[in-house]
Design a protein around this ligand. Structure first.
Ligand SMILES: [Zn+2]
Length: 180
């Protein structure tokens, strides 16, 4: 019997998802899982909330919660939504699970042992007003191509151009709106 491991891009834990999220990422995997099960294949359909990264940290701060409590609450909300929409996950977990940490570290150590990991210097934007480095998507400004005023440091939603933060005109912090 053929076995299938099926998943989709995992949703960020922050923010309740809308129908576009369901249709664009979760539903195609669900349809595929249902189809494979109907043809008699053995299917494991898994997904999870992505609880790592700056968006989670900033959303928790905005909600006045620590990251752990925020993620636990938001995960429960999302898992309930997907259950009520009838998505057929065999398991809907969390990227913060001990199993996922162990698996991620396993892959890292294998790559490191094979000499495939190297150290590099990267430049990041420092925001004095926020007293922190900002990831590209937390820098807003005017797009140099179409003049859209709320372009992000990684992409312009006005014209679709991929950007680097230094290209933005009048860059500002997405957190505090302070000029950078
Ligand atoms: Zn643009």
């Amino acid at each position: 019997m053929t076995r299938y491991l099926i998943t989709s891009a995992i949703p960020y834990v922050n923010g309740v998802k809308h129908l576009g999220n369901l249709v664009g990422s979760l539903l195609p995997a669900d349809v595929h899982a249902r189809f494979r099960r109907q043809t008699g294949a053995e299917v494991l359909f898994i997904c999870a909330t992505d609880e790592h990264g700056t968006p989670t940290e900033l959303s928790a701060a905005a909600a006045g919660q620590d990251v752990g409590a925020f993620c636990a609450q938001q995960h429960a909300i999302q898992a309930d939504i997907y259950r009520r929409f009838g998505l057929s996950f065999d398991h809907f977990g969390r990227s913060s699970s001990p199993q996922n940490h162990a698996l991620t570290q396993h892959f890292y150590r294998r790559l490191d042992a094979a000499g495939l990991i190297e150290e590099r210097d990267v430049e990041q934007v420092w925001s004095p007003a926020d007293n922190r480095f900002l990831p590209d998507r937390y820098i807003l400004g005017t797009c140099p191509h179409c003049r859209y005023e709320a372009a992000r440091g990684d992409q312009c939603d006005g014209c679709g151009a991929l950007l680097d933060p230094p290209e933005l005109l009048t860059p500002r912090s997405a957190i505090s709106a302070a000029a950078i």
